[in-house]
Design a binder for this molecule. Structure first.
Ligand code: NAP
Length: 259
């Protein structure tokens, strides 16, 4: 399917690897021009070179922390008028509600709620003026099914979801849509590092922990960044003009609800 985004300008945040990279590759494959960011300069530059070479599109790397004002300013300076904005960043750390300070909560809200809202605020009115825009927030399945050890993530990401729900319905008449994509377990460095952490805590091997987590999925496996990217790219496509304010859970049915 032609996604109808050839030549569209896309910002993909937190995209040197993992889910962000999966989305960047899928948009590039359909001819979008990318501005991508991550904090580690060498890695975001390497990813930009690889994507540009593979798909023959322009890819501008920006080394920045998207959860800071300076970082977002650098990103927007590189791409002031995006047609597509994909919000993403690292997730808050796991832990126990009892041990979280208000500062921990503030950091989570800053990184996973306010930073995407700031980027949406900076870009959505231009999209409305130009009559075309696609905004996608990468959140987590934890918004729909709370994960006990990820209370900071459950809370901050649900805040973002609620924070843009009315806006999503207001902007759609201008051919601008805002949606959220909620990953369950996808095979990325982050997922592998959490399996290593569980293994260290429980005395099990990495293979035991990682294997049990895969077996836990109705699919018997983790999702891939390519599968994630393909679904995300559709929500950023020409064809998504009638889809807004939605929360697409990508977890192979791991959250056991009928609706
Ligand atoms: P990953 O493989 O660790 O990749 C994270 C990417 O984000 C890297 O490119 C990293 O590069 C960049 N990044 C992290 N913090 C950043 C920041 N403050 N500013 C700019 N770039 C930043 O992680 P992932 O699995 O793709 O996860 C992406 C998001 O989805 C996270 O919020 C995660 O919690 C969420 N999620 C993932 C899963 C899963 O199963 N993978 C499930 C649910 C939710 P630098 O380190 O160089 O900045």
């Amino acid at each position: 399917m032609d996604l109808g985004i050839k030549g569209k300008k896309a910002i993909v945040c937190a995209a040197s690897k993992g889910l962000g990279r999966g989305v960047a590759e899928a948009l590039a494959a359909d001819g979008a021009e990318l501005t991508i960011c991550a904090r580690t300069k060498s890695e975001i530059e390497q990813t930009a070179r690889e994507i540009a070479q593979r798909y023959g599109v322009k890819v501008t790397p920006v080394a920045c922390d998207v959860t800071t004002e300076d970082g977002r300013a650098a990103l927007l300076a590189a791409c002031p008028e995006p047609d597509i904005l994909v919000n993403n960043a690292g997730g808050p750390p796991p832990g126990n509600f009892k041990d979280f300070s208000l500062d921990d909560w503030r950091k989570a809200v800053e990184g996973n709620m306010l930073s995407p809202i700031a980027l949406i605020h900076a870009t959505v009115y231009g999209m409305i003026e130009r009559g075309w825009g696609r905004i996608l927030n990468i959140t987590s399945a934890s918004v729909k099914g709370p994960i006990p050890t990820l209370e900071l993530s459950n809370g901050a990401r649900a805040g973002l979801t609620g924070g843009v729900a009315a806006l999503a319905r207001r902007v759609v008449r201008h051919n601008v849509v805002i949606n959220n994509i909620l990953p369950g377990p996808f095979e990325t460095d982050r997922l592998r590092s959490t399996s290593h952490a569980i293994a260290a805590k429980t005395g099990k091997t990495f293979e035991e922990v990682h294997g049990a987590r895969q077996a836990d999925s109705p699919a018997g496996r983790f999702g891939t960044p390519e599968e994630f990217g393909a679904a995300a790219a559709f929500l950023c496509s020409q064809h998504a003009g009638y889809i807004t304010g939605q929360n697409l859970v990508l977890d192979a049915g791991g959250i056991n609800t009928t609706l």
